[in-house]
Every structure is written in structure tokens, then in C-alpha cells.
Write a protein that binds this ligand. Structure first.
Ligand code: UDP
Ligand code: MG
Length: 336
């Protein structure tokens, strides 16, 4: 008799109990207006799981009352921890600081502004119990301006085309990860971590869960255009050498084009009358030269730029600096 083995049998299901520790990491940059709301909703969601938990709020060099509020949360409930980075390092690095501090059996990641609903984590944890090591959210419906939405849409498709690993489409950082995945990610050494890329890179059993991304509850987006572009380039250039290959192809294409031009002008020289009758009179080709010059110059600069991205990354990485410096933690404050 043939037996079929289901996934659930191959991968023993896990269970959540009050001994399971869930770490929740929240990077916060000037998020004072949303923190109270976050605490309320996150605490309610966590109570529903019936597990032990730790919340790690990473203050990414905020200038507002964010750190004072985090310290106050810690005083009221020591399971709410805070790490204060020495300056603004950016969302991905702040998240990383949280990953390094997390001690839980399961690690959840969400934004402070409640765009990622904490209630959805319950579903993610349920998937984790079924044996999935990474449960990531797939943004179904973004409540953001259409231009930004279109930009995100294109970025994820370009990244999918370029990247040498499968980075799921429209998946952000909102997720739940098994402790093994976090430990595997910690082995990577990139200076500028692209979390959703590294998370895909480490493998294990992964599954996406669609959800509707809400609008920010208060305050303005902390992702400036510059930060977004930086995130996008770090996604592309840290996970692909295809742009380098693209540069080579571009070089070939341009050379081929100029070869065709050379032949054209050579033949035109031989049969000027015939060409003139066909509408191509022989004129001193000022425009042709300028166009060729601009085209070649542009292509060369693009290729140099692509090389520069990689050389810059090599430079950043050989320096071997720590990814971030923490200036304070709530726990150090509690035990001097
Ligand atoms: N964030 C951060 N450092 C930064 C920028 C953003 O820690 O330099 C945090 C921010 O506090 C929030 C999350 O990253 O919790 C996502 O940022 P935001 O909501 O501003 O980005 P958006 O949702 O608009 O892409
Ligand atoms: Mg947001």
C-alpha cells in the first residue's frame, strides 16, 4: 500500500505554550506619536497568543521623546526592552540590532507605525506552528500614494529579474522567523543588511501570507526618497551581479551599432550617387559625430557607475566596521 507523506508529517508541528518566548522587534525613528497606540495593540495581540514574550524597541537615533517613552515602557513592564543606537543608522540596520538582541524561540518583526497590524502576527505564528520557518507578509493592497505604490511595484519586479536568489515579490520586512533562521542570518556579514533579501537567502521553509497594508496611524513616513533609493540599490547590488553582465551586453550592443554605422558610411563613400538618390546624400556628418559621442559617453558612464556600486560595496565591507553602535539599553539601566 502506498503511503503519502504530508508536509506536516515530515516537519513535526510546533506548539505555542507559555514557555515559548516570542521576540517582537520594532525599529523606531521619531515615533513618539505612535508608540502608545503600538503598545496597546501589540500587548493585546500578544496576550491572545498565551506565550511568553519580549519586545525589543530599537531607537534609531530619534530626536523626539521616543527614547524616554521606551524607558518608561521598560519601567512599567520589564519584558519591553529598548536599545538606543548612537545615531540614525537607517531602518534595516536598526532592525538588525534587534535581531542580534532577540532571544526568543520565534522572532517577529514589525514597523512602529501600525502599518503592519500586530493582530496578523497571530496568523503568522499559527503558520510557524505548522512547521514553516519563515512566514512573511505579502502586501496585497497598500494604502499609500499611487506614485510610491507604482515605484514599489516596479522595484520588486526589477529585483526579482536581477537577483540570483528568489526574493518573493511584494514581501516587506513584516514577518515571523524561527530562531534557526535568525541565527543563520546572523552569520552573514554585509555592512548594509537588506533584511528581506538575507531572509530569502538563508532558505528553510518559507511561506507568504497576504495582508492589507494599513495607512500610518500618526506622524509622517521616516523613509525619505534618499533612504528609499538606498534601500533599492542595496537590494539590487547586494543580491546580484547581473547589472555587471548587463553592462557587458550594453557594451556589445553599442559596439555592434557602431559597426553597422561604420559599414553604412563606408558603403556610402563608395556609392555616393546611389545613396543620394535613396535620400542619404553625403553631408559632413556633424550630427552623427555628436550623437555617437553622446551615446558612447553615456554608456561608458553607466557602466562605470555600475562598477562603482560594487567597488563601493567592497570598500564598505573590507573596512570591517561594526554595523551599528548602541549607546544605551534599558537593561543596562536596570542593572548598573
Ligand atoms: N525607521 C527607522 N530608521 C529610519 C527610518 C525608519 O528605524 O531611518 C523605522 C520607522 O520608525 C518605522 C519603520 O522603520 O518603524 C518604517 O518606516 P516608515 O513607516 O517611515 O516607512 P514607510 O512605511 O513609509 O515605508
Ligand atoms: Mg510606515
Amino acid at each position: 500500500m502506498a503511503t503519502t507523506v504530508t508536509h506536516e508529517q515530515q516537519h513535526p508541528a510546533r506548539s505555542l505554550s507559555r514557555h515559548t518566548v516570542v521576540s517582537v522587534i520594532v525599529p523606531c525613528y521619531n515615533e513618539a506619536p505612535v508608540l502608545n497606540g503600538l503598545r496597546e495593540r501589540l500587548q493585546a495581540a500578544m496576550n491572545a497568543w498565551g506565550t511568553d514574550f519580549e519586545v525589543i524597541l530599537v531607537d534609531d537615533g530619534s530626536q523626539d521623546a521616543t527614547w524616554d517613552m521606551i524607558r518608561q515602557f521598560h519601567r512599567q513592564d520589564p519584558r519591553w526592552h529598548g536599545i538606543r543606537l548612537s545615531r540614525n543608522y537607517g531602518h534595516q540596520t536598526a532592525l538588525w540590532a534587534g535581531l542580534e538582541a532577540a532571544r526568543g524561540d520565534v522572532v517577529a518583526v514589525l514597523d512602529a507605525d501600525l502599518q503592519d497590524p500586530p493582530e496578523a502576527l497571530g496568523d503568522f505564528l499559527w503558520r510557524w506552528q505548522q512547521g514553516y520557518d519563515v512566514v512573511y507578509a505579502i502586501r496585497h493592497n497598500r494604502k499609500e500614494n499611487p506614485l510610491l505604490r507604482a515605484a514599489y511595484h516596479i522595484f520588486y519586479r526589477v529585483l526579482a529579474f536581477l537577483a540570483e536568489i528568489d526574493i518573493p515579490l511584494d514581501a516587506g520586512d513584516f514577518c515571523v522567523m524561527d530562531r534557526r533562521v535568525v541565527e543563520a542570518m546572523r552569520l552573514t556579514r554585509e555592512q548594509e543588511p537588506f533584511i528581506r533579501g538575507l531572509r530569502a537567502w538563508v532558505g528553510f521553509r518559507q511561506v507568504g501570507c497576504p495582508y492589507v497594508r494599513a495607512a500610518r496611524v500618526a506622524g509622517a513616513s521616516k523613509y525619505t526618497l534618499r533612504k528609499l533609493v538606498r534601500l533599492a540599490t542595496s537590494g539590487v547590488f547586494s543580491f546580484s551581479v547581473r547589472p555587471l553582465r548587463l553592462a557587458v551586453w550594453l557594451g556589445f550592443a553599442v559596439s555592434l551599432l557602431s559597426a553597422v554605422g561604420v559599414i553604412f558610411y563606408f558603403v556610402q563613400r563608395l556609392f555616393p550617387e546611389a545613396f543620394a538618390r535613396a535620400g542619404f546624400p553625403l553631408v559632413p556628418g556633424f550630427a552623427t559625430i555628436i550623437i555617437a559621442l553622446l551615446f558612447l559617453g553615456g554608456t561608458q558612464l553607466i557602466c562605470l557607475g555600475i562598477l562603482g556600486e560594487y567597488v563601493g560595496r567592497i570598500f564598505e565591507n573590507v573596512k570591517g566596521r561594526p554595523r551599528f553602535i548602541a549607546s544605551e539599553t534599558t537593561d543596562a539601566e536596570a542593572s548598573p
